[in-house]
Design a protein. Structure first.
Length: 237
């Protein structure tokens, strides 16, 4: 379908494209436009598209095996499989930033399958994926410990619903143990070096069972999200 774009966003993937990290990984059909996420109004549909018609507001992710037109252009052509109608209660500007981060957050949370009242550590809670994951976890009744460094970051994750905030810049394991002496039930890693920041269950400093999840591992769009590793730093993101 052809969508007139009214909102988009910038993800780590887009930064990787802009910095040339994907030159040897994906075909470039110039002019290459950034913006994997998009939201806008359908102008035309192809054969076999059901449930969506011209004039509908939709959002989605540009999922093509090459780089070319994308969400920061005036129009984008996208397969119906990666497009959905925008719910009436959601603004287009919000929908335009949900595609990659929202999908990654949902799949990461699903991967650890938390039970109500369990404790989950979210590393990278102030980033796009982490911020959504915190809210999804709280909706499931999970207690959330979120990484945050500054007072502004702590206020942000608290507003999202996090029960506690821990500074990721020091000894993360010690910080978590101070809040949860018995360790957490699971951990989600969205920023920094996960294996070094979030020890596995055999590490007595921070028992986490074996339920350690990274959005790079579990997102349905993992082939795309893998490229974000070129753009991420060891800070929050």
């Amino acid at each position: 379908m052809l969508v007139r774009v009214r909102a988009s966003s910038v993800n780590g993937f887009d930064l990787a494209v802009a910095n040339g990290y994907l030159q040897a990984m994906m075909e470039h059909r110039f002019p290459v436009v950034l913006g994997k996420d998009f939201a806008g109004t359908v102008e035309n549909i192809g054969p076999g598209v059901d449930g969506i018609a011209p004039g509908d507001d939709v959002y989605g992710v540009v999922m093509k095996p090459y780089l070319g037109d994308s969400g920061l252009g005036e129009h984008v052509a996208a397969p119906a499989a990666f497009v959905a109608k925008v719910p009436a209660a959601v603004e287009l500007a919000t929908a335009g930033a949900l595609g990659l981060a929202g999908t990654a957050a949902i799949d990461a949370v699903d991967a650890i399958a938390p039970n109500r009242a369990e404790v989950v550590l979210v590393a990278g809670a102030t980033g796009g994926v982490g911020a959504i994951a915190v809210q999804l976890l709280k909706a499931k009744g999970v207690r959330v410990i979120a990484t945050a460094a500054t007072s502004q970051e702590r206020a942000f994750v608290t507003e999202l619903g996090a029960d506690n905030a821990v500074d990721y810049r020091g000894d993360l394991a010690a910080g978590v143990k101070a809040l949860q002496p018995g360790g957490v039930d699971a951990a989600l890693h969205f920023a920094g070096n996960g294996p070094s920041q979030i020890p596995q269950s055999h590490d007595a400093r921070l028992p986490t069972s074996d339920r350690w999840s990274s959005w790079r591992q579990y997102a349905r769009v993992s082939a795309v999200l893998q490229a974000d590793r070129y753009a991420l730093t060891n800070g929050e993101g």
